[in-house]
Design a protein around this ligand. Structure first.
Ligand SMILES: [Fe+2]
Length: 412
């Protein structure tokens, strides 16, 4: 069977406009950053801002210009190695753990390269108006949006390693509180339609549309709050093995985990959370964020037995989450735009899944093992990048993304 072919869902003019907006937004994100801020890499999972800006440009150069531009030549053929992330079909890669050591090219050179590639992509849109070219550019836009979120999460992590906790943006707003008191909502049970259908951009991993069977269940009308998480901590949740998966317990002990990432205390023992906007008092009614799958799973098992309102709680499956989001968008104001929500679903292909044709086939499919699905979107997700069928995925110990949880339970 043939692989899935990319097709554009917008007109050339709309794609051109989105291209301009997405390219500008990336460079807007570094307006408050110095070249030194853009250079450093805080850990292997994170990448320097300069690398993100370069990599999304590399994507256009090798995926769009190289196959379709007349008389194509690389701006610099060495960049094809330095800024290749994980595409074995393209060739050699600079090691991920050493991206922060790429002092050359300079930030200025990367920005100059960005402008060159932008001009050439715009020329291509105007001259080669084919569905194939437009669909690859649309993929490039969505790819750049994913890296915009990563750039913010990686800068957040980098600045958290500075003892003075410098703010990325002093005037911004951290995660807002939930206005809702908790209640269970009857979930959508029986055979439910899952996945993307018809027009509109979507990644290959969101399809094909198919049926899944949801048991009778309920789902929370809001995500778990910092106050609820603090109760877990104060009840010794991080010290009691009975709430934890074995691998989670081993991770917790080896990494000395005792609270969500970015929680800390001031000299007066007041709880703070470091955000892009500085080290601020912990907002108890805001969604808990920056927790791993292991922590989300342990919290659910603890809450099931220890919080009356969460009796019977567990993590939702990604199908329960999607059916809820499709039918109850008005019942929850935090499905999108606050925290990604861990589900109990392994990241595996849907029945009939086909990766995209060509090099883009490496985009999603080859990561479908040892990761869990997250649904929704976060405060760092670019506007217009969220979808009810969107499947984000991370390994069970990852927690530098804006990750939280919503609970479900069996029955109604
Ligand atoms: Fe990428």
């Amino acid at each position: 069977m043939l692989n899935k072919t990319l097709s554009p869902s917008l007109s050339g003019d709309e794609i051109l406009e989105q291209f301009h907006l997405s390219r500008k937004y990336s460079t807007d994100l570094i307006l408050n950053l110095s070249p030194e801020d853009c250079q450093a890499q805080s850990m292997e999972d994170a990448s320097p801002a300069k690398w993100h800006l370069a990599h999304v440009t590399w994507f256009y150069e090798v995926m769009v210009l190289k196959p379709f531009e007349d008389n194509f030549t690389y701006w610099n053929p060495e960049f094809a190695v330095l800024f290749n992330s994980y595409y074995n079909g393209i060739g050699d890669k600079h090691p991920r753990s050493k991206r922060g050591l790429l002092t050359r090219p300079s930030l200025d050179e990367v920005l100059e390269w960005r402008k060159n590639i932008e001009g050439r992509v715009i020329k291509l849109i105007n001259e080669k108006f084919s569905a194939e070219v437009l669909s690859l550019i649309q993929l490039g836009i969505n790819h750049e949006q994913q890296h915009q979120e990563l750039l913010l999460t990686d800068i957040h992590h980098l600045l958290s390693n500075n003892s003075l906790f410098p703010a990325y943006e002093p005037q911004g707003h951290p995660l807002s509180s939930s206005k809702q008191s908790f209640q269970w909502i009857k979930g959508v049970s029986g055979l439910v339609e899952i996945g993307h259908e018809g027009a509109g951009f979507h990644f290959d991993n969101e399809g094909p549309k198919h049926h899944a069977l949801n048991q009778i269940h309920s789902i929370g009308n809001r995500v778990v709050s910092n106050l609820e998480w603090l109760q877990f901590i104060e009840d010794g949740g991080y010290q009691n093995f009975q709430w934890w998966l074995d691998a989670g317990w081993a991770w917790l002990q080896s990494e000395k985990i005792s609270a969500p990432l970015y929680w800390n205390k001031d000299a007066q023992n007041q709880l703070l959370r470091f955000s892009l906007y500085g080290n601020l008092p912990l907002d108890m009614n805001a969604p808990v964020s920056n927790i791993s799958y292991f922590e989300a799973d342990a919290f659910a098992r603890w809450a099931k037995q220890n919080l009356m309102e969460y009796a019977g709680a567990r993590l939702p499956t990604e199908f329960e989450w999607e059916a809820f989001a499709k039918s109850n968008t008005e019942a929850s104001d935090d499905l999108f735009g606050k925290v990604w929500q861990w589900t109990s679903s392994n990241y595996t292909p849907y029945p009939g899944y086909q990766p995209w044709d060509g090099i883009a086939g490496e985009y999603n499919g080859k990561f479908m093992v040892n990761q869990m699905v997250l649904r929704g979107s976060s405060a760092y997700t670019p506007v217009g990048h969220s979808r009810v069928t969107y499947r984000n995925f991370f390994p069970t110990q990852a927690r530098w993304q804006m990750t939280g949880l919503r609970l479900a339970k069996d029955g109604i």
